[in-house]
Design a protein around this ligand. Structure first.
Ligand SMILES: [Zn+2]
Length: 260
């Protein structure tokens, strides 16, 4: 049984209606997947993550304001963060996320992205809850901002930074999570990073419906396909796949302490 630490089952790529989307998750959780963390990107879909977590035993939620969802209305951003903060005490909300910086989609609002990232990291420290960090094309700023918050713990999801930055993060206690991207044919640099992470800090995820692993690249992803990522990580780390899965499951439970 494998645990998927990062998914988005509220996404309309899983169906136009809640019923269709929930039916897919029900199927996923009746197979080889023991559980999933649905990660919110706005206040509204964070609520949907909680609804799903209340419906399915194996589903947990992360709630946060994603950098792509930071708007040009500063007051609205702060209001969303305030409402998200109030969700964190829910017994199935295991993390604050996903939060971070994304300069791939927007470079014109870097200042506001950073401000909202910091304000959520402050909440994480105060509430003593782990964070799920999204860092796309913003490696330098993301690393320097998380370095300001020594007390914060969490994971860099679908890691895409350098091996040097991964070492810095590991020193500060962070976990590093790998998605289907490590199975892509051109993922040579990532392979070296996968090999370098200590046994007690590696996580795996799908980020479904996005980032389906090879040989399903480009298709709609779901948590069952995490096995391709687990197999690739196991091969790179020279381990039987069962062992890799038991390590990553244990790591997920250690980081996200509310997982049963
Ligand atoms: Zn995601």
């Amino acid at each position: 049984m494998v645990f998927d630490t990062h998914s988005h089952y509220y996404d309309d790529k899983f169906g136009e209606t809640r019923e269709e989307r929930d039916a897919i998750l029900e199927e996923v959780l009746s197979g080889c997947v023991s559980g999933v963390i649905n990660c919110g990107t706005t206040y509204e879909n964070s609520l949907e993550c909680i609804r799903i977590a209340e419906k399915f035993g194996g589903a947990y939620a992360a709630c946060g304001l994603h950098p792509e969802d930071v708007t040009d209305d500063y007051a609205f951003n702060d209001e969303s963060v305030g409402k998200i903060k109030a969700l964190l005490s829910h017994k199935k909300v295991v993390a604050l996320g996903e939060i971070g910086l994304d300069y791939h989609w927007r470079e014109d609002n870097k200042g506001e992205q950073k401000r909202i990232f910091r304000s959520q990291l402050e909440i994480a420290v105060k509430e003593d809850i782990p964070v799920v960090v999204h860092d796309r094309d913003a490696h330098g700023d993301t690393l320097s901002i998380v370095s300001e918050y020594k007390g914060v713990k969490g994971v860099f999801h679908s890691y895409s930074g350098s091996i040097e930055a991964a070492k810095e993060l590991l020193k500060m206690g962070w976990y590093i999570s790998f998605s289907g991207v490590i199975t892509f044919k051109n993922a040579v640099r990532m392979a070296e990073i996968v090999k370098s992470i200590p046994d007690d800090r590696i996580l795996i995820e799908t980020d479904c419906p996005y980032l389906a692993p090879h040989p399903h690249r480009g298709e709609r992803n779901d948590s069952r396909l995490i096995l391709f990522t687990a197999e690739k990580a196991a091969e790179l780390r020279n381990l039987p796949v069962d062992r890799l899965i038991s390590q990553t499951n244990e790591n997920a439970k250690r980081l996200f302490t509310k997982i049963k």
